[in-house]
Design a protein around this ligand. Structure first.
Ligand SMILES: NC(=O)c1ccc[n+]([C@@H]2O[C@H](COP(=O)([O-])OP(=O)(O)OC[C@H]3O[C@@H](n4cnc5c(N)ncnc54)[C@H](O)[C@@H]3O)[C@@H](O)[C@H]2O)c1
Length: 460
C-alpha cells in the first residue's frame, strides 16, 4: 500500500537500505516505486549526491527513469549516515563482501553496516541481510552486534539474486529466498518482499538462505568450468568445441553442457571461494568447487601462452594487440569492470609480453574507467582504431558490437599476418572457410596431437 508522505513525519521511513551499490540502489528504487518511504544510507558522498539528483551511478536498464521518479516524488532519499531521530521499520544491509588480499571474504563492511543499523534501530526492527556472505555470517557476525544493544529485533537472510543489467525487471519476477529461524520472522520478511515479487521461498534457517545463494552461483561457475575443460580437450585434439557441445546436445535431453569462455564478474569470481572458505573452516575441502574455479582462473594465462606462441610463429618483434570488450560481460551490456576476466587477460599479456603495445576498447565503459584499470594500455575510441594495423585481436566479452565486423573485415584492418583470438566464439555460425586460418577461439585453436599423443600446435 502506498505510504502517504506526511510533512511532519520526515524522519520516519519504512525501509533503510544500507549501501547504495548495484544491489542497494536498485532495491531501494524498486521499493520506493511501490510506494514505500526509503532512506538509502551510503558512505560515499558522490553516490549520495547523484542519487539525490535522481541520477544512477551505475548502468542498469530502466533505473534512470525509475530513480528520477522515486526521488522526484520524495519516496527515496539518500544520506551518508542515519541522522539522530531517524527511524526505519525495516533495515536491509547490501554492502559489498569482496575477497581480501588473503583471498578470504571480507566481513568488515558487514560489521560496520550492522553497527550503523544497531545504533539507529528501535525496538522490534526487522534487519535483513542481503549481501552474499560466508555461511553463518548472519548468526555469528550480524546478530551478536544487534543483540549487544539490548534492543528487540528480528533478523532474516534474503540474498540478492538478480542479474546485473536486468535487475529492475528481475526484482519483480524472481522468487525471493527468505531465511529466518522462526515462522513469524519469515512471514514478516516475506510480507516485506511481496511488495515487489509474487513469490517468496521461505526456508527454515538463516544458513539455509546463505547456502542457497552460494550454491546457485557456484553451480554456474562449475558448469562454466566444465565447459572450459571441454574446450581444453578440443584444443588438444584439434576439434571444435562449438561442434562438440551443441552437437552433443541436439535432440538429446540428458546433457546441457554450457559454452566455454571467460568466467568472472563481481559474483562468480568470489562466491565459490566464499563457499569453499566456509567449509574449510569446518574441516571440509570442496573438490569440485575449487577445481572448477581453478580451471576458470587459469584460462587467461593458458590462452595467452597459446596466443603468443602463435604470434611468434609469425614474428619475433613485439606485437601490437587490440583487446576488445573489457566489461565483465557484454549481455546484458554493462560498464562493470569488477572481476572482469579481460583484466586478467591484460595482466597475463603484460607479464608475458612486456614490450607489446596493447590497445583496449570497450563499447560501454568510459575512457576514464578504462584508464583507471589499465594505466599502461592505449585506450581506443573505436573498435576500428584499436584494430588498425594490429597483429593480434583478442575478443574478451560477448557484447554484440564486437561481432559487428566479420573476421575477414577485422583482419582486413589488421597487419598482414594478423590473427584473431575470440574468447566468446562470436562467429560459430560461420563456416571454416569464412573464418579463415587466422581466426582462433576458445576450444577451436587447431591444435593437433601427433601419433604418440603429444601436442603439436597449429598443424591444421
Ligand atoms: N552486483 C550484483 O548484481 C549482485 C548480485 C547478487 C548479490 N550481490 C551481492 O550483494 C552485495 C553488494 O553487492 P554490490 O554489487 O551492490 O556491491 P557494491 O560494492 O556495488 O555496493 C556496495 C555499496 O555499499 C557501500 N558501503 C560499504 N560499507 C558501507 C557502510 N558501512 N555504510 C554505508 N554504505 C556502505 C559502498 O560504498 C558501496 O557503494 C555483495 O555481497 C554482492 O556479492 C551482488
Amino acid at each position: 500500500m502506498a505510504t502517504t508522505i506526511n510533512k511532519d513525519d520526515k524522519m520516519r521511513f519504512d525501509v533503510g537500505v544500507v549501501g547504495l551499490g548495484h544491489v542497494g540502489l536498485t532495491l531501494a528504487t524498486a521499493l520506493a516505486e511501490t510506494g514505500s518511504r526509503v532512506l538509502g544510507v551510503e558512505r560515499r558522498g558522490d553516490i549520495v549526491s547523484m542519487t539525490n539528483m535522481g541520477e544512477p551511478h551505475i548502468s542498469e536498464a530502466g533505473l534512470p527513469e525509475m530513480l528520477a521518479h522515486a526521488v522526484g516524488n520524495g519516496h527515496l532519499k539518500a544520506t551518508q549516515s542515519f541522522a539522530p531521530g531517524t527511524s526505519c521499520d525495516v533495515y536491509v544491509i547490501t554492502v559489498g563482501t569482496p575477497l581480501g588480499p588473503d583471498g578470504l571474504a571480507r566481513t568488515d563492511f558487514i560489521e560496520a553496516a550492522t553497527r550503523e543499523v544497531a545504533e539507529n534501530m528501535g525496538d522490534g526492527a526487522l534487519v535483513i541481510l542481503r549481501s552474499t556472505v560466508k555461511i553463518g555470517a548472519a548468526r555469528n557476525i550480524v546478530a551478536p552486534i544487534l543483540a549487544a544493544t539490548g534492543k528487540r529485533f528480528e533478523i532474516a537472510m534474503c540474498p540478492e539474486r538478480t542479474l546485473e543489467g536486468r535487475a529492475m525487471h528481475e526484482l519483480h519476477r524472481l522468487p525471493q529466498i527468505v531465511g529466518a529461524d522462526t515462522v513469524e520472522t519469515r512471514e514478516r520478511a516475506a510480507h516485506f518482499f511481496y511488495k515487489l515479487t509474487p513469490t517468496c521461498v521461505q526456508v527454515s534457517t538463516l544458513e539455509t538462505a546463505e547456502i542457497i545463494k552460494l550454491v546457485d552461483n557456484t553451480f554456474r561457475d562449475v558448469q562454466f568450468g566444465f565447459a572450459n575443460e571441454v574446450a581444453r580437450i578440443c584444443d588438444v585434439y584439434g576439434v571444435n568445441a562449438m561442434e562438440v557441445i551443441p552437437g552433443g546436445k541436439l535432440g538429446y535431453p540428458r546433457t546441457n553442457v554450457a559454452l566455454p569462455g571467460l568466467v568472472g564478474g563481481p559474483c562468480l569470481q568470489k562466491d565459490p571461494h566464499i563457499l569453499a572458505q566456509s567449509l574449510r573452516e569446518v574441516g571440509l575441502d570442496l573438490d569440485i568447487t575449487t577445481s572448477a574455479r581453478r580451471v576458470n582462473e587459469r584460462q587467461p594465462s593458458e590462452t595467452i601462452e597459446f596466443i603468443l606462441d602463435e604470434y611468434h610463429k609469425r614474428s619475433e618483434t613485439a606485437p601490437t594487440v587490440a583487446l576488445l570488450g573489457m566489461a565483465f560481460k557484454g549481455v546484458p551490456a554493462t560498464n562493470d569492470l569488477r572481476g572482469a576476466m579481460s583484466l586478467q587477460v591484460l595482466t597475463a599479456l603484460e607479464t608475458a609480453a612486456p614490450s607489446a603495445t596493447i590497445r583496449i576498447f570497450d563499447p560501454v565503459c568510459s575512457s576514464g574507467q578504462l584508464a583507471e584499470v589499465a594505466p599502461r594500455a592505449v585506450i581506443a575510441a573505436t573498435m576500428q582504431s584499436a584494430l588498425e594495423s594490429a597483429d593480434i585481436a583478442i575478443i574478451s566479452n560477448n557484447h554484440p558490437d564486437l561481432a559487428s565486423l566479420r573476421p575477414r573485415q577485422m583482419l582486413g584492418l589488421m597487419a598482414e599476418d594478423g590473427f584473431i583470438y575470440d574468447y566468446w566464439n562470436h562467429f560459430s555460425d560461420l563456416r571454416p572457410y569464412e573464418l579463415g586460418p587466422n581466426y582462433f577461439a576458445v576450444g577451436n585453436t587447431g591444435h593437433r596431437t601427433d601419433a604418440r599423443g603429444s601436442l603439436k600446435k597449429g598443424a591444421a
